[in-house]
Every structure is written in structure tokens, then in C-alpha cells.
Ligand binder design. Structure first.
Ligand code: NAD
Ligand code: WQD
Length: 344
């Protein structure tokens, strides 16, 4: 059985659905700090069974001990983390505590229970401002904010943990590029509890009429249309990447580090046009100043993942937008209305 920390969140919920589709048993551990309990029932509508879930915190060593004692856990996929760059600058200690102390507590509990297999959510943010493109796994690493720093530090903790007991650990550090989109059912998707920080959920809310206008952060970058380019990857492709990593670890000991991206750059304006096409709605935008800390361009060389895992992203930007729109204009809208009613 696979323990999925943060399995109620955006990437975790989609990965659980992908695991259920290949009959992999799993147990979710999540404290719902950035997700809704109702996601479990919606996942159940897709898979035919509400997934088992324990509500709790990865920093709770006693709870982890009980989980490893009670369930036949053999592997962990570790999504649980705080992920807002801006918030991490204002609340650095909270980020270090949740992301680093949380992961160390989890690794200690795993070791005590003799479970030494982990798939870890890292991020392209560990490459900082890349000197050249596309980005390969052996490029220099750096962090420009506490969130990125937690990912860098956790990558190091995992490398050192692996080296501390040679031949015993199986660890995958998956560096996601920009995960977007939603499950094709429209029942689960990205569900920001506040004003979205990321481009795709913001564009989706503008198209849905929930926000008036997108701010495009700069159009004077050295890119074809002047706006920043990124490697957006459909969340179901990313979910499949986790299944592939899990299978790789079952066959191979040691430390795996791979990019999960498409290898195709897409600009902010291309994303806006594609979303307008998918939704049939206008996405009004205004160009404003660059966002501090943003890089001009970022996209993956996904070749290593294809060679080692036999995995490759399949879904294009139009599909990412179509699926995100189905979610935004249906279930996400209902959830927003429910929350607004509950707040009154
Ligand atoms: P998310 O916030 O939607 O999901 C994270 C889940 O973890 C949430 O359900 C939250 O309630 C839970 N959680 C957080 N701290 C916890 C704790 N201490 N104990 C128990 N549960 C806890 O985020 P996501 O987008 O699904 O991201 C998943 C992982 O992928 C994170 O580690 C994130 O840093 C990483 N990542 C995300 C992106 C992205 O753009 N979404 C990009 C690169 C890497
Ligand atoms: C994409 C592009 C913006 C919002 C961030 C984190 C990174 C990772 C993913 C977890 C950029 C532009 C955005 C808006 C805009 N998270 N934009 N208007 O910055 O690549 O990565 O999320 O690991 O750590 O830094 O993604 O979606 O925020 O931005 O013009 O309202 O869209 O300038 O060019 P980013 P993003």
C-alpha cells in the first residue's frame, strides 16, 4: 500500500485517480489546510470508490508511527507541502517547519517502520534563472525565495538519506515544471483557496467572469512575444509520471532525479489565446510591470524521464485549457458559490 501525503491536493488527487486506475492500493494523509474534504467524494465518483484518508499532519510523529504500524505501507508519495512563493517570503519559518521539518519527521517514521521508498515532489524552481535552455537535470541549482529553498534543502536531505544507508533507499526526486489542467471529468482540479498566484487558475477565473482582468507581468522579456514562457504540463501527464517513477523504483535502488515537463515553451499570451479558444470566452488582460523574481523563460529537457521511466507528456496546451475550463465552469464554480453561501 502506498501512503500519499497531500493526496487531497491538486497534484495528489489526480495522482490518486491515476493509481486507482491501475489498481494500486493507497492511503491518503492530508490535513486539508489547502484542500477540501469534498474532493474525496468527487474522486470516488471518478474511480468508483471513495479513497481511504486519514486527516492529520505529516509533522505528527505519533500519528505517523500509528499509520505505519496499522497499515501495510511499502512506499510513500510525498506531496504535502506549502507552495506559495509570496507567502514563503512573509512566513519563512512556517515554510521551513512544514516542508522541511515535516519531511524529516516523515523520513524518520519511514525508517523506523523499515519503509525506504519515496517519490518526492520537487520543482523546476530549483534551477533558479537557467543559463541556457532547455533545462537538464545536471544544470546548476539555486533558490531565490524560501519556498524554492525548501525544495533545494529537501533534495539534499533526500540525497544524504540515500547515501547514509547505501543500497537501502529508493528515492525519486521529481522536478515538476508548471502543472496545469484538470481531470477530464471536470470533478477535480486546481482549487486555490485564495486569489490564485499562478497563471492558469487566474486565467480560468477571468474567463469564468469571477475576476475582471488578467495582469500580464511584463511584455519586454527577450521572448518571441515579449511575455514569459513556461513549460506547462497537464496534471494527468504528471500523475502518469508518478506511476512510472513508482514502477522504476520497484526495479531500481538508489536516487533518481528527473524533470517532468513537456519540453515545449508556451508564452503568457499564447496561454491566454488558447484559453479563449477552449472556453469561447474573452480573457481581458492588461500588461503591467514584471513580477519580481520571475525568470524570462523556463522549459525542460524531458529526455531523461523518457529514457529512464519510459514516460513522456502527451497532452497539449489546448487540452490543458479545455480540461481546466470544464472544471472551472462547472464544479469549481459550484464550490465557490457554496463557500460564499456558507460565509454568510
Ligand atoms: P496543494 O496545496 O494543492 O496540495 C498539497 C496538499 O498537502 C494539500 O491538500 C494540503 O492540505 C496538504 N498539506 C500541506 N501541508 C501538510 C501537512 N503538514 N500535513 C498534511 N497535509 C499537508 O499543492 P499541489 O499543487 O498539489 O502541490 C503538491 C506538491 O508539488 C507540493 O510539494 C508542491 O510544492 C509541489 N509542486 C507543485 C507545483 C505547482 O505548481 N502546483 C510545482 C512544482 C512542485
Ligand atoms: C507563469 C507565467 C508569470 C500570473 C510558480 C512558482 C514555482 C512553481 C510553479 C511550485 C510567468 C505569468 C502569472 C499572472 C502573469 N511552483 N503570470 N500573470 O512563476 O513559472 O512558477 O509556480 O514549485 O515555484 O514560482 O508560474 O503560473 O506563477 O507564472 O503574467 O497573474 O505567467 O509572469 O511568466 P511560475 P506562474
Amino acid at each position: 500500500m502506498i501512503l500519499i501525503t497531500g493526496g487531497a491536493g491538486f497534484i495528489g488527487s489526480h495522482t490518486c485517480v491515476a493509481l486507482a486506475a491501475c489498481s494500486e492500493p493507497f492511503l491518503i494523509l492530508d490535513h486539508f489546510g489547502n484542500s477540501r474534504r469534498s474532493v474525496l467524494e468527487r474522486m470516488g465518483r471518478i474511480t468508483g470508490m471513495v479513497p481511504p484518508c486519514i486527516e492529520g499532519d505529516i509533522r505528527d510523529a505519533g500519528l505517523l508511527r500509528r499509520i505505519f504500524a496499522q497499515y501495510p505501507i511499502t512506499e510513500v508519495i510525498h506531496f504535502a507541502a506549502l507552495k506559495s512563493v509570496g507567502e514563503s517570503v512573509r512566513e519563512a519559518l512556517r515554510y521551513y517547519d512544514n516542508n522541511i521539518a515535516g519531511t524529516v519527521t516523515l523520513l524518520q517514521a519511514m525508517r523506523a517502520a523499515n519503509v525506504r521508498s519515496m517519490v518526492f515532489s520537487s520543482s523546476a524552481t530549483v534551477y533558479g534563472d537557467p543559463a541556457s535552455l532547455p533545462i537538464r537535470e545536471d544544470f546548476p541549482l539555486s533558490a531565490t525565495n524560501p519556498y524554492g529553498q525548501t525544495k533545494l534543502m529537501m533534495e539534499q536531505v533526500l540525497a544524504d538519506t540515500s547515501a547514509s544507508e547505501p543500497g537501502q533507499w529508493r528515492i525519486a526526486r521529481l522536478r515538476y515544471f508548471n502543472p496545469v489542467g484538470a481531470h477530464e471529468s471536470g470533478l477535480i482540479g486546481e482549487d486555490p483557496q485564495d486569489v490564485p498566484n499562478n497563471l492558469m487558475p487566474y486565467v480560468a477565473q477571468v474567463a469564468a467572469g469571477q475576476r475582471p482582468c488578467l495582469s500580464v507581468f511584463g511584455n519586454d522579456y527577450p521572448t518571441p512575444d515579449g511575455t514569459g514562457t513556461r513549460d506547462y504540463i497537464h496534471v494527468m501527464d504528471l500523475a502518469a509520471g508518478h506511476v512510472a517513477a513508482l514502477r522504476y523504483l520497484r526495479q531500481n535502488m538508489g536516487l533518481l532525479t528527473v524533470n517532468l515537463g513537456t519540453g515545449r515553451p508556451v508564452s503568457v499570451l499564447e496561454m491566454v489565446r488558447s484559453f479563449e479558444k477552449a472556453s469561447g470566452r474573452p480573457v481581458p488582460y492588461a500588461v503591467v510591470a514584471r513580477r519580481p523574481g520571475d525568470v524570462a523563460q523556463c522549459w525542460a529537457d524531458p529526455g531523461l524521464a523518457e529514457r529512464l521511466l519510459g514516460w513522456k507528456a502527451e497532452l497539449d496546451v489546448d487540452r490543458m485549457c479545455a480540461d481546466a475550463w470544464r472544471w472551472q465552469n462547472g464544479m469549481a464554480r459550484s464550490l465557490l458559490e457554496e463557500s460564499a453561501l456558507a460565509a454568510h
